[in-house]
Write a protein that binds this ligand. Structure first.
Ligand SMILES: [Zn+2]
Length: 429
């Protein structure tokens, strides 16, 4: 199965979630170690660097800090040794003792393989983990296709986050309109038009080759170039149908058709892109609100219970989740009466429940039997039932409404489903 848009969204969500967890760790002293290993780095070099750091750390004055740092480096060396070479995008390690409550700390280890190549090799020991290089990858994982063209040249590339990646450049053989020799003007123009046509076909072919395998990831295609050629190319629909549908309006004027032209294109399109994303979200939430307004016949559900129910019976067409949702689905078990129950709640409230009484026997012997990230679970259930899942930012007014009014979760349905509260209110048959 190819990576679908939902898979990518989930990957993005999980990555952000992991970073949140790492960022929340605080050391009691300078004893949290972050190590970034870029793709080309030799593991043996990293190891000798760590050995040196280990030797240095024996000079740390505070006994506790020294012990913790030396433990962290040792543990780190064990982890690093497990790699023959860095993974494709490099790898980041976060090892140390995080503070938990008064005077106590516990060891933590995180290993992150980033979604994009790391270009940093870095070792840092601080009272927090250093996350900047990974955070930079979070907010712009979207990929756009880029084409800048005129009759003389085309450059095709990708915009990934903020990075422009040129993929292919091709010069045409279209003769210049001014370069004609002794031939009749009419015949010469025909030759030019034919050569231009061939070139456009070639551009479409290359675009297909480069973009079709990634069509799931491509949010759209930006088309630009100097003059009117790009408009002609678009109007005549040279691009393969699926790609043509992805071309973003308007087309953009650029002065160049080389790599620099790609950068120009991205600069000009930035406003439009941001607007597009927000508009798409707005449209989705508006559709949701329209359905909610229809009450019982509406194709919408909102709030954790109703959405959960709709998912279970396979009624969800599109699951809409607020990016800000940070909850876990936890199964608690009472070790006294063996009572088991599930709760969906924010991370911070898990301990509150654990410290509290068992709802059945009232004893304070609750343990956490299982936990699952709520959003990840929703994504999985959506995928199982063939529903789409969409994460919505809280940047627009509509996105904020989703977060606040609907508990961060709603769904557009395939058919109307009675609300679970209504079901419960109804007398048993
Ligand atoms: Zn109990």
């Amino acid at each position: 199965m190819s990576a679908s848009a939902a898979d990518l969204q989930l990957a993005r969500y999980s990555f952000q979630r992991k970073l949140d967890e790492i960022a929340a760790c605080k050391g009691r002293a300078t004893e949290l170690i972050s190590l970034y290993v870029s793709p080309g780095k030799q593991i043996s070099d990293v190891m000798s660097y760590l050995r040196n750091e280990y030797a240095q750390s024996s000079n740390i004055k505070s006994r506790t800090t020294r012990k913790n740092v030396m433990w962290a480096i040792e543990s780190l060396m064990g982890r690093v040794r497990g790699f023959k070479e860095p993974p494709r995008n490099g790898v980041a390690f976060f090892v140390g003792s995080k503070a938990v409550g008064a005077d106590k700390s516990e060891p933590v280890t995180f290993i992150v393989e980033p979604p994009e190549p790391l270009n940093t090799y870095l070792y840092r020991c601080d009272s927090t983990f250093f996350l900047d290089p990974l955070l930079a990858m979070v907010h712009e994982p979207d990929t756009w296709g880029l084409i800048v063209m005129d009759r003389a040249e085309v450059t095709i590339g990708l915009l990934r986050g903020k990075r422009v990646e040129p993929l292919r450049n091709r010069q045409s053989l279209v003769p210049s309109k001014h370069g004609r020799g002794g031939q009749s003007q009419h015949r010469f123009e025909r030759i030019i038009e034919h050569a231009a046509h061939e070139f456009f076909v070639k551009i479409a072919e290359m675009s297909g080759e480069l973009f079709l395998p990634r069509k799931e990831q491509l949010k759209g295609i930006l088309l630009g170039g100097p003059g009117a050629t790009k408009e002609y190319f678009y109007k005549e629909a040279y691009l393969q149908y699926e790609l043509q549908q992805k071309v973003v309006q308007p087309l953009f004027d650029t002065g160049y058709t080389d790599e620099y032209g790609l950068k120009e294109l991205v600069e000009k399109a930035t406003q439009t892109l941001h607007g597009l994303e927000i508009t798409e979200e707005k449209r989705l939430i508006q559709r949701l609100l329209n359905e909610i307004r229809k009450a019982e016949t509406g194709l919408a559900a909102y709030g954790p219970n109703d959405v959960q129910h709709a998912l279970e019976i396979g009624a969800v067409d599109t699951l809409v989740i607020s990016e800000g949702l940070r909850q876990q689905r936890v199964t608690f078990r009472c070790t006294s009466c063996q009572n088991q129950f599930d709760r969906t709640l924010p991370d911070a409230e898990i301990d509150v429940v654990l410290d509290g009484p068992c709802p059945k026997c009232g004893q304070r012997f609750l343990t956490e039997a299982a936990a699952e990230d709520y959003v990840e679970g929703l994504f999985r259930r959506a995928a199982d039932s063939g529903a789409q899942a969409r994460l919505v930012s809280t940047e627009s007014e509509e996105g904020e409404m989703l977060a606040k009014a609907f508990g961060g979760i709603a769904a557009i349905l395939r058919y109307p489903v009675a609300s679970t509260t209504a079901l419960r209110a109804r007398p048993p048959p």
